[in-house]
Design a protein around this ligand. Structure first.
Ligand code: URA
Length: 230
């Protein structure tokens, strides 16, 4: 790639400013300054301001989404985007969340700039399980376990039933629910329809990726290997 294209594609600066960055000696290769904006370089080999280019082959990140923080620019409040380095947003293709968590839901959220990866993880066809821990206002009726597992549970206002979901109650008002799809406010709506409004909701796992194993404080993120989902 051209040196100036590396700088703009990976979000360091605009294409227009890239020539100036190169002239300022901000890109080096094996200790030597890359002196020309048109020089052909491998983004895996250069350093920019002394550091390697992050996520050259795609950005795959897990974040511990804090409560009260929103994935949507249409809602008011702090944005998940604001927890991420500006440079990620300036990368060609940007960065998007893999599905969404509600403002009042905490827990594991994935981010990527790879559209195919995002689609694979969000499409119900691929059945990637997501595990939620919840607390409800009222006890969840006992028959709910079988009803959610049946594949016949219909959310109000929807035409197609929910895919079978695994509910494990830990006490009358606390439990785990594993979903294989991601409909709008799905956990809250499913439980509310059973007379058990959700008071707290937290996503603990996506596929084999467990938030606890990542040791992230709320708002912290870490790079992940996308291969764990293949
Ligand atoms: N289900 C919900 O109701 N909210 C979420 O954030 C995720 C799943």
């Amino acid at each position: 790639m051209r040196a100036d294209a590396v700088l703009s594609q990976y979000g360091y600066c605009s294409r227009r400013d890239a020539a100036t960055w190169v002239k300022m000696g901000r890109m080096t290769l094996n200790g030597d300054v890359v002196g020309s904006a048109s020089a052909k370089v491998d983004p895996r080999e250069v350093l920019i301001k002394g550091a390697a280019v992050p996520f050259v082959d795609g950005l795959y990140v897990a974040i511990n989404k804090p409560l009260g923080c929103t994935c949507s620019h249409k809602e008011q409040g702090d944005l998940v985007d604001d927890l991420l380095p500006d440079q990620w947003h300036n990368r060609k293709g940007g960065v998007q969340t893999v599905g969404r968590l509600d403002k009042e839901t905490s827990g594991l959220l994935l981010l990527s700039d790879d559209g195919t990866f995002v689609h694979r993880l969000t499409s119900p066809k691929h059945h990637v399980p997501k595990r939620y821990r919840f607390v409800t206002e009222n006890p969840v009726p006992a028959e709910t376990v079988d009803l959610f597992a049946s594949g016949e549970f219909l959310l109000e206002g929807e035409q197609s039933p929910c895919l079978p979901a695994q509910l494990t109650m830990l006490s009358d008002c606390e439990g785990l629910l594993i979903l294989h799809e991601g409909r709008y406010h799905q956990v809250r709506r499913m439980l509310a329809q059973q007379g058990a409004a959700v008071l707290q909701l937290h996503r603990e796992a996506i596929g084999s990726l467990e938030l606890d194993a990542l040791n992230l404080a709320p708002g912290e993120w870490v790079a992940i290997d996308p291969a764990i989902f293949s």
